[in-house]
Design a binder for this molecule. Structure first.
Ligand code: SAH
Ligand code: TMP
Ligand code: ZN
Length: 405
């Protein structure tokens, strides 16, 4: 693709991670067939400044009945989404007949609180594996991709929604024109469309290149989201930085002229302008830092192997597919990856073919080093794995640069 998926403008490519597999395509250990590969590369639009992937992976290959990712695997995220839901109950969902829709509700981590409060709600979640878990909690879920046609059907049967919410989902969706037409059809006149996703400024500052993988199609900034909202007849009325998943922004979008924009929108726009966040030179510098980070990690892992140290991975994240495949890290450098997700355990990581084992394997016995692929949950994980440190173990982190703690 050479043109912007939002506005059709010219895309300037600034980083190439080579061929990559599906980030959640964990393989059975005896699998001998071909894996799906695509070219993972980044570009920025010269017109609207949206940073995006150069190539799109068909959505049904990623989001289907085998999608393994469970949002509720982190206690910090469970608290984050409970707080989020409680705030919506105070600000947007104030009347008993209000209606809330969540795109990508996954296992129900956020809607659970709304359902328990008796709020009329609907999750739209195409991955049946996780939608079924939410349904078992008493949450209403449509196993579908949200798009214009889905929105029209929901509007016909349920009426308008005061709140349309999505966490870590809008950046997964290349066809945002259809999403915004759907929001236009479904959102109440004074309703809001709220979404939160990894923030480009945090990705650049932390050289968090592993945020780039098949599912993450867009890398939002306040600048690009404000332009996108305007293009589709809406207005960005709030932008709030969040500490979760390595740094995100929560965007609140309303119909044009319906809400007074919060001061944070202008503040963050000015800050991005000063930092030249979406300028090609800034992005090229980011990618030089990515290459340095890769070289440092490979050097460290090879040195540890030469010294006969044991190294395992912690967290078979989707993000780690980019690290393992871009850096060429396989079972020779990292003997296995420990992960709590049942549908990842007993399988091999995509492309790099490192075995995934349950958490129990991590302490049986503790390794010399653990490569923290789930660095976005570092505080939670390091706090609960104190015995690993006491046993002499050390964490390897590659965010914001390669270091050992
Ligand atoms: N909101 C959760 C899940 C994020 S993972 C959290 O923040 O933890 C992204 C989710 O978006 C997946 O469960 C995927 O199935 C879903 N998804 C992908 N495309 C979608 C679409 N078009 N409409 C709704 N959900 C979608
Ligand atoms: P995420 O970074 O996309 O949220 O994925 C985190 C992955 O790490 C997920 O596969 C679950 C796993 N995990 C653990 O194995 N142990 C933990 O304590 C946490 C928080 C996550
Ligand atoms: Zn554009």
């Amino acid at each position: 693709m050479t043109s912007c998926r939002i506005c059709g403008g010219r895309l300037h490519e600034f980083g190439d991670f080579g061929t990559q597999p599906l980030s959640s395509g964990f393989l059975e250990p005896d699998y001998i067939g071909d894996e799906y590969f695509f070219r993972l590369a980044l570009g920025v639009c010269a017109s609207c400044s949206m940073v995006q992937l150069m190539e799109e992976v068909p959505r049904h290959l990623m989001f289907n009945g085998h999608y393994p990712y469970l949002s509720s695997g982190s206690s910090v995220m469970r608290k984050h989404f409970e707080r989020t839901a409680r705030r919506f109950l105070e600000t947007e969902l104030t009347s008993p007949d209000h209606f809330a829709v969540e795109l990508g509700c996954n296992d129900g981590i956020m809607l659970k609180t709304l359902a328990e409060a008796g709020v009329r709600h609907l999750g739209v979640e195409p991955s049946k594996s996780v939608a079924d878990i939410a349904r078992r909690l008493g949450i209403r879920v449509a196993t579908e991709f949200f798009q214009e046609s889905t929105a029209n059907e929901i509007r016909e049967t349920e009426g308008p929604a005061q709140l349309i919410y999505a966490a870590n989902t809008v950046c997964h969706i290349p066809y945002l024109d259809s999403i915004f037409r759907g929001v236009d059809a479904l959102l109440a006149t004074d309703g809001v469309f709220v979404f939160e996703d990894p923030y480009l400024a945090d990705i650049i500052e932390k050289t968090a290149y592993d945020q780039v993988y098949d599912e993450h199609f867009y890398f939002f900034s306040v600048t690009s989201v404000a332009a996108m909202a305007k293009r589709f007849g809406f207005e960005l009325v709030d932008a709030e930085r969040l500490p979760v998943h390595g740094g995100e922004v929560r965007y609140t979008i309303a119909r044009e002229g319906r809400r007074t924009p919060a001061p944070s929108v202008a503040e963050l726009l000015a800050r991005e302008e000063t930092a030249q966040l979406t300028h090609l030179d800034t992005l090229k510098t980011f990618f030089r830092n990515v290459e340095q980070s890769r070289d440092d990690l490979v050097t460290l892992l090879k040195k540890l192997r030469a010294e006969g140290r044991s190294v395992v991975g912690y967290g078979a994240t989707a993000k780690s597919a980019t690290v393992a495949n871009y850096c060429g890290v396989g079972p020779d450098l990292v003997s296995f990856v420990s992960d709590t997700t049942p549908n990842k355990q007993g399988r091999l990581t995509p492309g790099s073919h490192i075995p995934v084992r349950p958490r129990e394997a991590f302490e049986d016995p503790y390794p010399d080093y653990a490569l923290l692929f789930a660095w976005n949950h570092a505080e939670e994980i390091i706090a609960k794995e104190t015995r690993f440190r006491e046993a002499g173990g050390r964490w390897i982190l590659y965010i914001p640069h390669v270091h050992v703690v």
